[in-house]
Design a protein around this ligand. Structure first.
Ligand code: COA
Length: 394
């Protein structure tokens, strides 16, 4: 579609953030055909109510946007395309020289010599559930909508938005020209039935390591420590690159895992009729064996996959120990595979004995809103440390 045609569409259409119950209902019923065609309307709408009502943090709401002819934002039959967004708490590194380290938005800093790395809190917007009804497809509506959404996000000031991201199997062809280029996404897939872990030469004690379940009782503690270490990691990586990189991360938060778990419980009870209770959402190593190492997973019963949402480890031995437990958990749930996204290639191979491969579904795509919200200056590319499993879905 030409720039002129997009411009013309933009003139005649508007992107409305809707709260109208009838419009909202129509949006969900429309997109059910693609995202959940096997569910009844009733179950899909109940799931939608759960997802939109989750506690995503202070002031954070699940927003629904509709593209409509101007003035028809309250007419469910006028929806040409729709998209959902919500904000996520993020962190971004800001490398500075000591002499110009004065910015109060940078809440802590570390470094050596005259280089310092500060971290500032940022807002990152998750874009999801892009959908054009079949009868309106291939007329440029979705692309126009994404362009308008990006403009809205760039103009938003309370809170200002630094980045946005989405996951897509449509990927490059559709989202890249719209401003959300796909990044390389890797995955490790272990076949539960016959997977054999390799013997580790350096680290033979892993079988006797003590593990502790991650449950509601200790999830917050695990997350607090994870965030602390993530911050240090971001500063360290930036220092090692002599400030020549800018990193951003989505903050791992207990409430997001709780949200994921609530959606899983819903699916088990209302869709799959599974009675078996979820006892734990992962495991961590006890203090003597590396208490910062942990793994958190989610059960995707329909796809027969245990998907690892987040893991942290120091040694390949720790990683192997955690992966073994994930495989054991998958077996207990009758699942066929364990999938882990974005492990380092060499660690995945050494710990599991199989290699990472490029992901063919749900690539992450990063939309950079090309300016710094403090200075207004245009900024170079940001490397988003994605925590991909954790931020996907919901
Ligand atoms: C993907 C979808 C939103 C596109 O909506 P649309 O309004 O038809 O898209 P547009 O008309 O704006 O198309 C924009 C461009 O993307 C291309 N495109 C559209 N759908 C595509 C797809 N599924 N894969 C690759 N490219 C696609 C179009 O050919 C067009 O390219 P062009 O401008 O060079 O001709 C729509 O097909 C849909 O709702 N699909 C089901 C839900 C879905 O897959 N959502 C995305 C989930 S991540």
């Amino acid at each position: 579609m030409s720039a002129d045609a997009t411009h013309l569409l933009q003139k005649n259409l508007e992107l409305v953030k809707t709260t109208d119950p009838e419009v909202t209902r129509r949006v969900w019923l429309n997109n059910k055909s693609h995202f959940a065609c096997n569910l009844s309307d009733e179950v899909w709408l109940a799931k939608a109510a759960l997802r939109t009502g989750l506690d995503l943090g202070p002031g954070v709401e699940h927003k629904i946007w509709v593209l409509v002819p101007r003035g028809r934002g309250n007419d469910p039959s006028a929806i040409l395309s729709a998209v959902h967004t919500y904000e996520r708490a993020g962190l971004m590194t800001v490398a500075t020289k000591v002499s110009d380290h004065t910015n109060s938005a940078q809440e802590d800093s570390t470094g050596t010599g005259n280089s310092r790395v500060a971290l500032k809190n940022i807002v990152i917007v998750y874009v999801l559930l892009v959908f054009t009804p079949v009868e309106h497809r291939k007329r440029g509506y979705a692309r126009t909508m994404l362009k308008m959404l990006k403009e809205q996000l760039e103009q938003q000031t309370d809170p200002a938005v630094e980045l946005s991201f989405l996951f897509s199997s449509v990927g490059r062809d559709f989202y890249e020209p719209a401003g959300w280029p796909a990044v390389r996404s890797r995955e490790l897939v272990l076949n539960v039935q016959d997977h054999v872990f390799p013997e580790l030469s350096m680290d033979t004690a892993t079988n006797s390591w003590q593990l502790e379940d991650i449950t509601e009782a200790n999830l917050q503690v695990v997350m607090d420590r994870d965030i602390e270490l993530l911050r240090a990691e971001m500063q360290d990586r930036t220092l090692k690159a002599h400030g020549n990189c800018q990193l951003a991360a989505i903050v791992p938060e207990a409430r997001i895992f709780r949200g994921q778990l609530a959606v899983t419980h819903f699916t088990h009870q209302r869709v799959l009729n599974i009675e078996k209770p979820i006892i734990r959402t992962g495991v961590r190593l006890n203090a003597a064996n590396g208490g910062d190492a942990f793994i958190i997973w989610a059960y995707h019963i329909s796809y027969k996959i245990l998907l690892v949402l987040r893991t942290r480890y120091e040694t390949v031995g720790q990683l192997q120990c955690l992966l073994k437990e994930a495989v054991q958990e998958a077996r207990e749930w009758g699942l066929a595979r364990v999938a882990v996204w974005d492990l380092k290639d060499e660690d995945a191979h050494e710990a599991a004995g199989v290699s990472n491969r490029d992901r063919t579904v749900a690539w992450s795509c990063i939309g950079q809103l090309g300016r710094d919200t403090d200075t207004g200056a245009r900024r170079g590319p940001v490397d988003l440390m994605l925590n991909e499993g954790y931020i996907w879905g919901l």
